[in-house]
Design a protein. Structure first.
Lengths: 272, 161
C-alpha cells in the first residue's frame, strides 16, 4: 500500500520581490498508511515522523504561477532552505511559469523537515494559485504501473505549434498498458492514488520564442511550465506528485509561440 | 464490417471502464537497489561534452563507489529504473548548457538551457533496463563556455523489479 502525503494550499499565495519566503501550507492529504501519521500541522514545513518500517522517501513539488501572469522573474525553490545537509538544488530560472521537481530517493530520516522556499526577483510579486502549488513525499515508493518513452528510443523531430497541441509520444515501455497511442493519454490504473508525470524536450538551439509544456488531467490543464525568450529549450523535468483516481486520463501538451521542431522529447508516467 | 469498425473504434477510444488493459502487480514493483550520488564540492567543466562525476555517496548498495565516480550499474532482477538528476550549475561564455542521462551510452533524457549564467537542471525518467546496464549523466557546454557544477547536485537511480 502506498504511503504518502501532499501538503497543499486552499487559497492563492503571493511571494514578493527579493524576499526569501517559505510557502505556508494550509492543508494536507494523507494516502494509505500515511494516514496514521501527522506530517504537517501548521506553518511552512512537514516533518517525517518516527516510522521504524520506513527505509526511503522521495520529496516532490510543483509550483505554478498564475497562467495570466507571464513576466521575467526569478524564484528559488528549495526544501529546508539552502543550508541544511539534505537540501536540494535551488531553482533559479527567469522567465517561466511553473516548476516541478523531485529529490531522488533518499534514506528515511525520522525528524527530517521539508519546506519549499521561494524568492522571486525583479518584480513586485508572483501569484501562485492554490491548486498549482503542491509539496509531498512518497515513503518506500513502489509503483504499480509505469510507462516511458525513455530507454529505448526518443521521439525525434516533433513539431508543435501555436498555441498548443497534444504531444503523442511513442511509448516504448508500457508493461501495464496505461498508455493510449491514439490519443496520447495515460490512464490511471486500478489501485493507484498518486502519479508522477515527467517530460523533457530539447529544441532547436536557434529558436527564440516561448516554449512550454502543459499537463492535462481529464482534458483540463492542471500544471504548466513555460519559458520566455532566452531560456528556450528544455522541458519541465518532473511535475511532482499528483493525486489521482483510477480512470483519470493524463496527457502532455506542447506550446510554442511559433512552430518549432524539437530535437527530442521523452516523457514518463509513474502510478503509485 | 460493422464489427470491425466497432473494434477499431474501441481500440482508438477504449472506454474508461476497460482500464487497466491488464492488471498491474497488486503489490507494485519493489525496490531492488537505490543509488543516490551527489557532489560534495564544486567541479569546473570546460567546453564540450563530459561525463559528470560524483564524489559523495548517500546510498551505494554496491559499496564500490569511491572518489570521483561517473556511473551506476543495474543489479540482477532489474526490470526498470527511475533515474533523476538535478544540478545547480553556472556557465560563462556559452550560449547553452545541457544535462542528459544515458543508459549504456545511449541518451534517454536531456534538458538544455540557453543564455543564462545560473541554471538548475532537473531531469526525471522511467527507463526499462536489465542487469548490467550502466547509467550515467553527461554535461554539455557549447563551444567557448565553461560549466561549473555545484556541490548541491545529485544523481539518483532506483532499480525496480
Amino acid at each position: 500500500m502506498v504511503k504518502a502525503f501532499i501538503c497543499k494550499r486552499t487559497t492563492d499565495w503571493q511571494t514578493f520581490d527579493d524576499v526569501h519566503t517559505d510557502c505556508p501550507w494550509e492543508a494536507v492529504d494523507n494516502y494509505g498508511d500515511a494516514s496514521a501519521f501527522t506530517y504537517w500541522t501548521s506553518g511552512v514545513s512537514a516533518t517525517l515522523p518516527v516510522d521504524p518500517s520506513a527505509s526511503h522517501y522521495e520529496f516532490f513539488y510543483y509550483a505554478g504561477q498564475d497562467p495570466a501572469i507571464f513576466t521575467n522573474e526569478d524564484y528559488y525553490i528549495g526544501p529546508n532552505g539552502a543550508t541544511k545537509v539534505n537540501n536540494y538544488p535551488i531553482i533559479n530560472d527567469p522567465g517561466q511559469i511553473g516548476r516541478g521537481g523531485r529529490s531522488g530517493l533518499l534514506p528515511y530520516i525520522s525528524g527530517e523537515i521539508m519546506n519549499l522556499r521561494f524568492r522571486n526577483f525583479g518584480s513586485a510579486h508572483v501569484l501562485f494559485p492554490a491548486e498549482r502549488i503542491l509539496m509531498g513525499a512518497l515513503i518506500d515508493p513502489s509503483p504499480i504501473a509505469v510507462a516511458s518513452t525513455g530507454g529505448v528510443s526518443k521521439v525525434s523531430d516533433i513539431t508543435f505549434g501555436n498555441p498548443t497541441v497534444t504531444q503523442i509520444p511513442t511509448i516504448d515501455f508500457d508493461p501495464s498498458g496505461v498508455y493510449n497511442g491514439a490519443t496520447g493519454e495515460f490512464t490511471t490504473p486500478e489501485g493507484a492514488t498518486l502519479c508522477v508525470p515527467s517530460i523533457n524536450t530539447s529544441t532547436d538551439p536557434l529558436s527564440t520564442s516561448d516554449i512550454g509544456h502543459y499537463l492535462q488531467k481529464n482534458g483540463v490543464e492542471v500544471a504548466r511550465w513555460r519559458h520566455a525568450d532566452s531560456l528556450r529549450g528544455p522541458g519541465v523535468g518532473c511535475y511532482g506528485l499528483w493525486p489521482t483516481v483510477p480512470g483519470d486520463t493524463w496527457n502532455f501538451r506542447g506550446y510554442r509561440a511559433t512552430s518549432v521542431t524539437a530535437d527530442s522529447t521523452h516523457c514518463s508516467m509513474e502510478f503509485y | 464490417m460493422l464489427a470491425n469498425l466497432k473494434e477499431s473504434n474501441m481500440l482508438l477510444n477504449p472506454p474508461k471502464s476497460s482500464y487497466p488493459l491488464f492488471a498491474p502487480p497488486p503489490e507494485g514493483y519493489s525496490i531492488i537497489e537505490n543509488y543516490h550520488l551527489a557532489r560534495s564540492s564544486d567541479i569546473n567543466l570546460g567546453s564540450g561534452v563530459f561525463d559528470m562525476t560524483w564524489n559523495s555517496f548517500l546510498e551505494d548498495p554496491s559499496g564500490l563507489l569511491t572518489g570521483e565516480e561517473s556511473s551506476v550499474t543495474a543489479p540482477v532482477g532489474t526490470v526498470f529504473a527511475i533515474a533523476r538528476v538535478q544540478t545547480r550549475d553556472s556557465a560563462s561564455g556559452s550560449t547553452y548548457t545541457e544535462i542528459s542521462m544515458q543508459k549504456n551510452t545511449v541518451e534517454f533524457a536531456r534538458q538544455r538551457f540557453h543564455d543564462m549564467f545560473y541554471f538548475s537542471h532537473m531531469i526525471s525518467a522511467v527507463v526499462p533496463c536489465s542487469a548490467g546496464d550502466v547509467f550515467k549523466c553527461v554535461s554539455n557546454c557549447n563551444s567557448g563556455g565553461t560549466t561549473n557544477i555545484a556541490g548541491h547536485s545529485r544523481f539518483s537511480v532506483t532499480f525496480y523489479g
